[in-house]
Design a protein around this ligand. Sequence first.
Ligand code: PMP
Length: 492
Amino acid sequence: MHIEIQRNSETSLSKQIFLSIVDHIRSGLIPQGSQLPSVRELSKELEVSFVTVVKAYKELEKGNFITSIQGKGTFVNTEETEIEEIKNDYLPFNWQLSIQDYLPRAQFSRFHHVPGEIQLSSSMIDPGLLPNRYLEQEIHKMLSENPRILSQYSEIQGDYNLREAMTQYLKQFEVPTTPDNLLITNGSQQGLDLVARTFVGPGDVVVMESPTYPGAIDIFRGRGATILTVPVDKEGMKVDILQNLCDKYKPKIIYTIPTFHNPTGAVMSLKRRRQILEIAKSIQCIIVEDDPWGEIYFDKKPPAPIKSIDYYGHVIYLKGLSKTLAPSCRIGILSASGSIFNRLLAAKSNADLGSPLLTQKSLLPFITSKKMIDHMKKLRTALRVRRDLTLDLLSQYAPEEISWIIPNGGLNIWISLPTWIDTNLLLMEAKKNFVTFLPGSACYPVEQENHHMRLSFSYMNEQQLQHGIITLCNIFNSEITSKKMKNNTPYF
Ligand code: PMP
C-alpha cells in the first residue's frame, strides 16, 4: 500500500491519510474485506502520530469504508456480504499489503462492466457508429497483400506513412507539425504516461484542472507529483487562479483539456488559451494539451488548440484517435518540438520499442481517404441527436434540485446534485438497476466533491439511453425525497 504524505500541504495529515485510503478502496487496490494495518503499524510506517492515524480511521468508519472489530483488527467494508464471511478469503493475502507499491491511485480499475448493463460511464462511442466493417476489410486486404507486416517492428516513432497522414489531418485544427515532430503512441493514455515518466519526479509540481480526467490524475500521482488544482468554469481553467499558483509554485507542467473538457464539457475561450500560453512562457513550463474529441462539435467549431499558437515549443499536444475511430487499435498522436520531443521519443523506446505496426497500417487507408472526414461529420450528427435526447429527458424527468452543463461537443454531460447527495452511493443503487455512470469524486485530484456525476451519452443507442436516463432520474427522485423525509428539514 502506498500512502503519500505531503507535510507542507494545506490539507491535514489525517485528511491526507483518509483520502488516500478512500482512493485505494474505491480503486480496488485494497480489496473489500481485507485487513488494514493497525494504527501502531501505520503511524510507524508513515512517521506520523498515533492520534493522526486514529483520526483518519475514525473518519473512514464514519464514511462506512471500514469497520474495526475489537481484538481482531480493522477491515475494509464490503458492498453486500458480511465482513466476517469474506474476511477469511483474504486472510492468506494480508501480508501483501506490507509490500510497498508506487500506485497511489488507480480509479479506472474499479469499473467492471457486466453484460446487459446500460453504460453511461464509458466515454466511448457506440460501436455501431464506428467503421468496423470497412476496417475489417482493409485489414484482410493488407495482410493478404503483405503478410510480412506481421514479422516487422514499426519505427519507434511510428509508421512514417501514418505520421504523414496525421500531419495532414492535424491541418484542420491548425496544428502546425511535420511527420518528424509526431510520435505515434498507444492511445493518448500512453502519451500522458510518456510525459510523466520523462518530466515528472517526486515533488515536481503539476497543475491540473479540477475536476479533470481521472486517468491523468492517476499517472501524475503515480510519479509522486505535487498536484495543484485550478477550478474550471464555462470558459475552462480559471486563469487568474492559475497565474497566482504559477507565481508562487513555478510548476513544471500544466495539464489541460481545453476543448470539450473531460468531464465538464467546457470549452476554453481563445483569450484564455492565449493567456495560458503566456503564463507558460513566462515561467518556462510545459503545457500538456489533451484533445481526445475536438472533432465532435455540435454547434460552431471550437477555437483552435493552444498548440496552433505555440512558436517556442511549450505545448505537448495529444490527439486521441481511439474514441472516434477504433479504440482497439490504441492509436494516439503526440506532437511536440525541440529537445522535449527527442526526450519523449527516447521514453517511447524505453516503454515499448514502438506501437504495433499492424494497427498503425490498419487505420492508414481510412485516415487518408475522404471517408475519415465524412465519418467525423456523421459522428457529429449522430452524437448531437443523443446529446439532445439526453438533455430532453433530463429536463423532463430530473428533479428540480439537479443541474447540468449543456455540452456543445464531446461525449459527456456533467451533472450536479445537491451537496448532501453522494454519487458514489447512488452508483450502487444504479448498478442494482443495471445502469452505470462515473461518480464525480474520481475526477478530483485533491479535495473530492462527491455530489457530481459524469454521464456519457455516446456509447448507448437511443433506446438504451432513454431507459438509462429515466432509471437514473427515478433514483435521483427517490434519493432526494427519502433524504428530505429522513431529516425532516426543509433544505430550500
Ligand atoms: N485523455 C482524455 C481526456 C480522455 O478522456 C481519455 C480517455 N477517455 C484519454 C486521454 C485516453 O484515451 P486513449 O488512450 O484511448 O486515446
